[in-house]
Design a protein around this ligand. Structure first.
Ligand code: UDX
Length: 431
């Protein structure tokens, strides 16, 4: 099939490279001159394991062509995937102006059998509204929804080993035509109406955010009642009805999807006349999780962070990515610095100009009385703890906000250890 992908952001790059790997001819369009320049050099503007190789393969086989003009890229294609930004606008509602502009721009040049496919996460009802909009403009083609379920750091695997491919269209025949491109994937194909497809995406992300917030709340309770959340949630997850995923407590959720999608779901529910009280609470409780961690950090240094040297391991919103969007780690670092701490951070991939960055984890810990582990990079679990202890001040504390390190190993190295939800707060502050 001849396919256009509009937008070479994270979603568009995975979609274009994945479809080319499945043997399709893909025209990838990108409006930003800087980005297209990078892509023309066969480089990527983002880091995602395995994606660069896949993108290069598509280019060298001639299965991916690059275009700076959306209309030129879409003309004569069977499917046009829209992988465009939908930033959070007023009141958390997704801002659809970019999607609408591009649809208006494309429609005059599309054939009657082309299907416009929304890949970006859009409010429920968007595909139907766009369908009405293009009809008014005199185009007879269809607008379908095919939400992405990619998680950063694992996107290539998520594409090829997707559990489900969801396609929603007014006509099931159109939905099946879209699903046809994924024929060779092992995924279960779900054909539905456009609004249900859109709601599936939000419901999945909001459920995971809720589940994680529940896990964080159990961790907080464990600190009050003197239980170990690691044992608790491992055993909870052994129940077949529950399963082990998204039960790792930490500093709350971040990234480009969860915060935006949860806020958008609250806003769209409100607009539809339903008060989604559960999700409103999730937002508030998640926000508190970071405050809780910052306040505990403050208590650990005796109640006043001013002038105190704190090391921060991790800036990325999660391990395996250089993405710092809505990063809990970065927010914690900023809050500690905001309370007067002298924060030195390290991250294997992510960079920020908001904090002083050290070249390695030991340098971030050097001279500190508190070390906060904020991103669960596997690299940190193998750092020589004796070196860390040597670099830090006497009596220093490691606050492992991801429960990544082995508490016993940290203590044996001569440091004190505090995790999330791992018993009562009984570590005396550094004096
Ligand atoms: C998510 C969805 O998983 C994906 O399907 C969707 O398309 C985009 O949003 P991503 O943003 O890459 O993907 O992150 P994900 O791995 O889902 O993690 C989300 C947040 O939850 C991160 O901040 C992560 O650190 C946190 N998390 C996740 C935990 O703190 N503990 C867990 O057990 C799982």
């Amino acid at each position: 099939m001849d396919i256009a992908v509009i937008g070479a952001g994270y979603v568009g790059l995975v979609q274009a490279s994945g479809l080319a790997d499945l043997g399709h001819q893909v025209r990838l369009a990108e409006a930003s001159p800087d980005r297209i320049e990078i892509l023309r050099r066969a480089e990527l503007p983002i880091f995602e394991p395995g994606l660069h190789e896949m993108f290069e393969r598509g280019l060298s086989r001639g299965l991916i062509t690059l275009h700076s003009d959306n209309v030129e890229a879409s003309a004569g294609t069977d499917l046009v995937f829209l992988a465009l930004p939908t930033p959070a606008g007023d009141g958390g509602k997704a801002d659809l102006r970019i999607v609408e502009q591009v649809v208006d721009e494309l429609v005059p040049g599309l054939g009657p059998d082309t299907i416009l496919v929304l890949k970006s996460t859009v409010p429920v009802g968007t595909a139907l509204r766009l369908q009405a909009r293009v009809r008014e403009a005199g185009w007879p083609g269809a607008v379908a929804s095919n939400p992405e379920f990619l998680s950063e750091g694992n996107a290539v695997d998520d594409f090829f080993r997707a559990e489900r491919v969801v396609v929603g269209a007014v006509s099931p025949a159109d939905a099946r035509r879209v699903a046809e491109v994924y024929r060779t994937l092992p995924a279960r194909i779900v054909i539905t109406d456009p609004s249900s497809a859109e709601l599936i995406k939000y419901a999945s992300n909001c459920y995971l955010a809720t589940r994680l917030t529940f896990a964080n709340s159990i961790a907080n309770l464990a600190e009050h009642v003197g239980a170990d959340v690691v044992d608790v949630l491992e055993a909870v997850g052994l129940d077949r009805r529950i399963g082990p995923h998204f039960l790792k407590p930490g500093p709350g959720y971040g990234g480009s999807c969860f915060p935006k999608d949860v806020a958008a779901m609250v806003a769209l529910s409100e607009e539809a006349g339903y008060d989604f009280a559960l999700l409103r609470t999730v937002v508030a409780v998640d926000e508190l999780q970071r405050t809780r961690i910052v306040e505990r950090a403050q208590r650990l240094v005796g109640g006043d962070l001013r002038g105190r040297r704190v090391g921060l391991w991790g800036v990325a919103f999660k391990a395996g990515t250089d993405d710092i969007r809505e990063s809990p780690a970065l927010k914690i670092g900023q809050a500690l610095a905001g309370r007067g701490a002298v924060v030195v951070a390290h991250d294997p991939r992510a960079r920020t100009t908001d904090l002083t960055m050290a070249a390695d984890p030991i340098a971030a810990a050097a001279g500190a009385e508190l070390l906060v582990v904020a991103t669960e990079w596997a690299d940190y679990a193998t750092v020589d703890l004796a070196e860390v202890a040597k670099a830090m001040l006497d009596g220093a504390v490691v606050y492992d906000a991801r429960n990544l390190l082995d508490p016993e190993a940290v203590r044996q190295a001569g440091l004190r250890y505090v995790g999330v939800g791992r018993g009562r707060e009984d570590v005396p502050p550094v004096t």
